[in-house]
Design a binder for this molecule. Sequence first.
Ligand code: HEC
Length: 466
Amino acid sequence: MKKSYLLRLIKYLFFTLLFPFTSLFTHAVEFEVGRTPPTKNNLTSLGSGLAMSKGYYRGSPIGELSGWTLSLWFEAKSDKKGDLFGIVRNENNGEAYRLTYENGTLSFGDPKQKNRPWKLMVKGVEKEKWNHLVISYAQATGPAIYLNAEKMAQGGRGQMGYATKFDHYHFGAAVHGKGKYGDYFDGKIDDFELHNRPFDQEEVQKLNHGTSFEGSLMAFNDFENVNHRDLAYFNSAKPDDDYLEAGRKLYLQNCTACHSIDGVAPPINPLARMFIKHKMENGGDPYSMFKTLTYGFRNMMPSVQLNPTDRYKVIHYLREKIIKEKSPELYVKFDQSATYKMPKSPDTTGNEAERIEELARQGYLRDYGKALISPVVGNAKSNNALTIDLGQKVTISYDLGTMRTIGAWTGGFLDFSGTLHHRLRAAHGHHLLAVAENLRRRHEGKGNKGKGSSAFSSETSRETGY
Ligand code: HEC
């Protein structure tokens, strides 16, 4: 009795207070097929993963860097003016270092600088083609811009001051003022890296060829890199019961906080889909559902705590055991031949594969340890963020209001010392899930010694299901 009252209270708090945050941004980020990594040692690299397209995406704050190198890939679709990247200095006045594309020309500069506005130009950028852009900054020489590993422009000494604050940097749009976004980039952005030192020409060339520089890597975003070809197809002629059983378990652990256990009962979260009644609006084939789980969809938050293989296990379980069996008319057929066009991750060859493996070894794409729901104060500014430690070194953070990533970074979980002043504070009353969980724990007699912060473990989500 008491338990169900508590659960209802938790749900009430969650849906009345948390979900209204979801309309903060007008442009949601979309994803398209990403860049295919370059051929290495005469071996073709397959697969391209996903790239960000449209919308605005904010990187995780990492503090000040006195020298740095930024690397990203982009493909412009039209001549339309739009910002690829920006480092905001003063949000209220829209003061920022802006990297803008327009009509085949890139410019990088500080247009609102009062004393000495400056701008570096790179002409002749080809449209509808992936281009590699590097900006490398050293105080002594100023910013240097490389396009496809060729040096195109050089700024002046000290142009960006003693250090650059990477606390509010973003992709895909310009920040014109507090909460005001515009100049959306019409194209795709992929494989972002930020290093904590300047690179020379030779190193830029290596970056261009896919060499990884782990020692200096501060932040990255490769927008997924998964072997979809192998994972997306489920052979129903040879159903693998163990596989589906694994999917069922993952479903119970990770999804039933909001969706109903059997897909037949009404969902616990009234906003959540009823899998046997409603068509998947974001697409019901495995790949589309993968995107729903990876990037979220409207009020559905991303399920990044699952590695890609597990995401597909849940998807196949949902499709084969819930939708197909209980509501065959909603089952979206998916032929194996459809996978031939899908991104395939470069399996055992080349540096790219090594890099992915290394990430996996570090925990990225695999198990997750710590997870924390709390407001982020200071530079990250989120009333309600879910921060997950994906391994010893890699962390990803979501704004639960917008259900979108604030960013992913390497180097530690929260509160990293020195220049990395990303800070999380768990203040009372602001983080509903944590509060809700405290209530439940207390009720269950486990006690909770934490100061309002709390781990969002799979165990607790399991308990939330009916
Ligand atoms: C925190 C609550 C929550 C959790 C946990 C959750 N979902 Fe959802 N899910 C939602 C909501 C809300 C929607 C409805 C999204 C909308 O249309 O705004 C949704 C929608 C969906 C959709 C349909 C999207 C579409 O195309 O219409 C799928 C598929 C889905 N969820 C799968 C899952 C799976 C699989 C899991 C577990 C790994 C999961 N969800 C966990 C809240 C949740």
